[in-house]
Design a protein around this ligand. Sequence first.
Ligand code: ZN
Ligand code: ZN
Length: 345
Amino acid sequence: MRRVSGWATHSPGETVARYDFERRDLRRTDIAVDVRYCGVCASDLTAVRTRDPASPPLVPGHEIVGTVSAVGEGVSRFAVGDEVAVGNIADSCRTCPACRAGRENWCHEGVVLTYGGVDPVDGSLGQGGFSSGYVVDEHFAYPLPAELDPAGTAPLMCAGITTYVPLRRWGAAPGRKVGIVGMGGLGHLALRLAHAMGAEVVQFTTSPGKAAEARRLGAEEVVLSRDERQMAAQVGRFDLVLDTVGAPHALEPYLRSLAVDGTLCLVGVPSEDLRVPPLELITGAKTLAGAGSGGTGETQEMLDFCAAHGIAAETEVLPSHQVNTALDRLERNDVRYRFVLDMTA
Ligand code: ZN
Ligand code: ZN
């Protein structure tokens, strides 16, 4: 076992605190990773704030970048010293139709999450990347692209893949109009990705202060979503609207903004159900869709695409002991655009 030091939820469950624990001994195809950076995702915040104080400590973090420190005897893709990235999936059954299709994120047996999942071999609770070390099967690790800033690459492993897959699937490409709703961790990456794919991108935001930044990141136009006049001018425009907002909000204006056969895809996870007016879908034969994370093939493709286009997240890097500051500020949307913890500091 390897002793590592991390940050875990604890009673009463509102913040994270220092937590030392053991990583499992390496199995045949496992690698051990010395964690250098870990992104702070909205789901980490949810895990910390909603964790039942009676449940065991949980270490969040699933946007991991680090260096391989040891390899199991059957490892073929990595060697000690390699730089790697790990996302929000730590394992899957590998045999169900979804896994065989390279879409492990939809594993029929239920994917083993990087943290909070239950290990199918020893039944242990998965502890995440807000820690000095991680152990994972090499199948779910990826070579870190040398072209990209390592800290900015960490958020690609959740926010990046979660927005890349639907942009590809619903055709962000030259000649297509794509709207991005929300400009946080997911939204700012979606904007850069859609722009690099050649689509004409319009950024929807509630913050007038983000307009100049949105243009710098590739938006042709910025729409203030609280301005009814601006929103009325969007009706029937978009082939795809990618909605990254994690707070309750109205879908009607975005369904209305779709062209015939357009798709509104949700990737944020609001805490309440959203209302869908049927006629807004029926009129124009529109599609309401969802997406989240990606399989191993898609994740490698996303990293290759980002390396080729120089796309990494815009980050604020904080030393790991400021993790609670990062969580508090993320809760207030006070981040441009993703916190990344330096786990060595
Ligand atoms: Zn995430
Ligand atoms: Zn499976």
